[in-house]
Every structure is written in C-alpha cells, then in structure tokens.
Design a protein around this ligand. Structure first.
Ligand SMILES: [Zn+2]
Length: 152
C-alpha cells in the first residue's frame, strides 16, 4: 500500500510542470533515456529517473567557460565560443559602446582586476579581442538561444 501511494505522489510531482516540454520528451527524460539537461540520448542500461549525460554531469553546479570574441564593425560585434574555441554559440550581440562591452564581460564573470581591465581596454583600443567568461548555467542557456536582446 505504502509503495503505491509513493508512486502516485512521485508521478504527480513530475506532471505538474510539464507544460513547456513535449510529452514524449518528458517521458524519455523521466525514463532516463535522454539527458535531462541537453536531451541527448543516453547509453543503456536505462534506469527510471532523471539522468545527466557525462558532459552535463561534469558541468552541473560548476561554471561554464565560454570565450567572448569581440570586434569593432558598425558596433561592437560579440561572438561566443565554447571552451574548445571551435564551436560558436548561436547568440550574437552588437553593443553600442565599449562601456557596455566591459559591463557584459564583467556580468559574464570576467575576473578583470587591474591587469585584466588594462588588457580589455587595450583590446578595445585595437578594435578587437577576446576574454574568457565564467557563465552560470542560466547565462549559458541564453547563449544557446538565437536572438539579439543585448542581455546576458
Ligand atoms: Zn547532457
């Protein structure tokens, strides 16, 4: 008796916030067949319950390292690269001025300090450069979406 009640509660706990996700995806996620974060297929054996893939497991709770590359064209064009420096993230930003660029870098976890700040200012004078950011999971997810809303 106790077991079945627990099962029902467990079921309801998961069904309440399903709205934004396709039901089939939810089922796969809860069955432990896909990563609950990035949704890639997980290798068998599949056991019920939410699972992370090894990549997400490694990065869960920690910061995401992302490289911000910027260049002065008609504005400050910003592009973001994964830590491998090869994979571009979909989000691209065009910022109006260097101050906004510095703010973006600092909000993205750029540990400037005096030296870093000078390096960044030098890059801005040159008209191009890049810095490493340490993003939170939420900030990183914003970069995974396309669009130009000038926010991080
Ligand atoms: Zn994953």
């Amino acid at each position: 008796m106790k077991t079945s009640t627990a099962c029902i509660l467990f079921f309801f706990a998961y069904t309440v916030d399903m709205g934004s996700e396709r039901v089939s995806t939810t089922r796969l996620r809860l069955a432990g067949r896909i990563c609950c974060n990035c949704k890639i297929s997980l290798p068998p054996p599949h056991t019920p319950g939410e699972k992370f893939c090894t990549k997400c497991q490694a990065s869960s709770g920690s910061k995401r390292r992302v490289y911000l590359h910027f260049m002065l064209l008609t504005g400050w064009h910003c592009q973001f690269l994964e830590a491998d420096l090869k994979t571009p993230l979909p989000k691209k930003l065009t910022l109006p001025d260097p101050e906004t660029l510095i703010q973006l870098a600092e909000r993205g976890g750029y540990k400037a300090g005096l030296e870093g700040r000078q390096a960044l200012e030098h890059a801005i004078e040159t008209g191009r450069g890049g810095v490493w950011l340490e993003l939170t999971e939420a900030q990183y997810r914003k970069l995974k979406r396309d669009g130009d809303d000038r926010k991080l």
